[in-house]
Design a protein around this ligand. Structure first.
Ligand code: NAD
Ligand code: UDP
Length: 315
């Protein structure tokens, strides 16, 4: 028998959150989408506002919240370096105070709670590909630290609430994810390159473009989050969710130019401080514990994402 759950998605009006809200509604649940619209927008969920099972709430997770829910997906936090470095103190508060508030809510209601953690907890990794057992190589005082250390502290809080209060926790370490609904000015690499290519403007390559990333299509990623939430209480994570296909940023730039038929040239810019040189998830644990692996190849995902951005630019 289908059980309709009351599910809270923090950061629900953002890129990943809006896809997650849609999937949870499709699965027949009541969704409470919470967001302060720092990087997200009502427009990302505007088509859901007529759905009686969907509720949108403006709220900042750094303040306590009293609602009754069965499950919490804690996604609230800017994810693009440009945005999380804009107000670094607020970024750390969002991760740390946000985690404390949402864990407090989970404790009071008995809800299961999932944290959207990140591959950034590995920093500039010296172990490749990254396994969950690797403790990372993170600068505690750099420009990325507000995000990296905030997310690491949130993981600590999740595991302390698990040990101290027996909360039902799930921690997902998400690797670079892309797809429709990314904000065109989000500042992350996939949206930047596609928007630049569609406008035939120079593609801004930071450094020499030899640094690598592994790109996961949003549908695959959201499927992984839901599978993780559905596991038994013995599965806590942390668990890597990402696509193990590894590409240099230069390869990505060339692929986007080719696929858009753009006349853009490559423009080399300075590499930002502490920009990780390599990233690729080991997803053995996700395969074993969730029966999950990504199914959308980079070219197919890029085709759908380029179509989305083309639609925005041509109105
Ligand atoms: P996003 O910036 O599109 O979404 C984040 C959402 O959180 C936005 O809607 C924003 O307005 C909201 N938000 C920010 N601060 C808030 C606050 N204090 N209170 C309430 N809402 C707040 O980013 P995204 O890509 O959708 O990322 C979602 C989550 O997944 C983030 O926690 C991010 O760290 C994590 N993550 C994403 C990726 C990725 O590649 N997309 C990779 C690793 C981890
Ligand atoms: N990058 C780039 N040009 C851009 C945006 C990003 O070359 O216009 C590079 C960035 O330096 C990094 C990689 O692309 O090496 C991924 O950047 P993003 O901000 O998407 O995410 P990160 O994985 O660094 O958090």
């Amino acid at each position: 028998m289908h059980i309709r759950k009351r599910i809270l998605v923090t950061g629900g009006a953002g890129f990943l959150g809006s896809h997650l809200c849609r999937k949870l509604l499709e699965e027949g649940h009541d969704v409470l989408c919470l967001d302060n619209y720092f990087t997200g927008a009502r427009d990302n969920v505007i088509d859901l506002l007529d759905n009686p099972h969907f509720e949108l709430m403006r709220h900042d997770v750094t303040f306590p919240l009293y609602v009754e829910v069965d499950e919490i997906y804690n996604l609230a936090c800017p994810a693009s370096p440009v945005h999380y470095q804009h107000d670094p103190v607020q970024t750390t508060k969002t991760s740390v105070h946000g985690a404390i508030n949402m864990l407090g809510l989970a404790k009071r209601t008995g809800a299961k709670i999932l944290q959207a953690s990140t591959s950034e907890v590995y920093g500039d990794p010296k172990v490749h590909p990254q396994t969950e057992g690797y403790w990372g190589h993170v600068n505690p005082i750099g420009e990325r630290s507000c995000y990296d250390e905030g997310k690491r502290c949130a993981e600590t809080l999740f595991f302390d609430y698990y040990r101290q209060h027996r909360l039902r926790i799930k921690v997902a370490r998400i690797f670079n994810t892309y797809g429709p609904n990314m904000h065109p000015n989000d500042g992350r690499v996939v949206s930047n390159f596609i928007m630049q290519a569609l406008a035939n403007k120079p593609i801004t390559l930071y450094g020499d473009g030899s640094q690598t990333r592994s790109f996961c299509y949003v549908k695959d990623l959201v499927d992984g989050l839901v599978k993780l939430m559905c596991t038994g209480d013995d599965v806590t994570g942390p668990i890597n969710l990402g696509n193990p296909g590894e590409f240099t940023i230069r390869q990505l730039a060339e692929l986007v130019v080719e696929m858009t038929g753009s006349s853009s040239s490559l423009e080399f810019k300075p590499l930002p401080n502490d920009d990780p040189m390599q990233r690729k998830p080991d997803i053995s644990l996700a395969k074993d514990q969730l029966g999950w692996e990504p199914s959308v190849a980079l070219q197919d995902g890029l085709t759908m994402t380029i179509d989305y951005f083309r639609g925005l630019t041509t109105g």
